[in-house]
Design a protein around this ligand. Structure first.
Ligand code: GLN
Length: 198
């Protein structure tokens, strides 16, 4: 258990993808980032980020290293934030194509949902986070096509949720770690703090 003076230790799943940018973002908002590649490394962490990248590649690694169920167990009991491929891993159901997922976030996610023409884009959009419009970097992004009643929508794009929260689970279909604005990481770290310092 942490108190106000011990910094929060937050893991970043470091199998593949842009985990280094998340680690930097966490450090910028005062947390201690810890790269996680095996189940033992989850021990003692206050929270975890599942980064963007390629969800199928991450999934194959998790299954091959017998890490899938340990990760699922960790995510069901601790604050976790999935971005892009990480959000796909957290979802209850994945489509286009279907693939196994951790089932932590009560949402149905469609992969690569924006098509080839606009598969990557940067958008300024409103969110519930104070401080004005938020920059959102989308890269071959998934779309949250359905979400359960317990899922709070913090921001939308074209009517679909792009930033959500369900208890201490957060997910974004964009890449907040690639923008300089740290409001999203700060919101996650505050969530981690509220759980760790209970
Ligand atoms: N297209 C990737 C996938 O389906 C996600 C893209 C990303 O994380 N930027 O896993």
């Amino acid at each position: 258990m942490s108190n106000e003076s011990t910094p929060l230790r937050i893991g970043v799943l470091a199998i593949q993808g842009d985990y280094a940018a998340h680690a930097e973002a966490l450090a910028e908002v005062g947390a201690v980032p810890v790269e996680v590649r095996k189940p033992e490394e989850l021990q003692g962490l206050d929270g975890l980020i599942l980064p963007g990248g390629e969800s199928t590649t991450m999934l194959k690694f998790l299954e091959k290293r017998h890490f899938f169920s340990a990760l699922k167990e960790y995510c069901s009991a601790h604050p976790v934030f999935g971005t892009c491929a990480g959000a796909i891993l957290l979802a209850r159901e994945v489509r286009n194509p279907a693939q196994r997922s951790l089932g932590i976030l009560d949402a149905v996610v469609e992969r690569n949902a924006y098509g080839r023409q606009i598969d990557s884009s940067i958008l300024m959009a409103d969110s519930v986070l104070p401080g004005g419009p938020l920059e959102m970097v989308f890269i071959r992004a998934p779309r949250i096509i359905a979400a359960g009643a317990g899922v709070e929508v913090l921001a939308k794009r074209e009517g679909y949720p792009v930033l959500v929260r369900q208890g201490s689970t957060m997910a974004a279909t964009f890449h907040p770690e690639l923008s300089t604005d740290r409001r999203v990481h700060r919101a996650f770290v505050e969530t981690v703090a509220s759980v760790a310092r209970k």
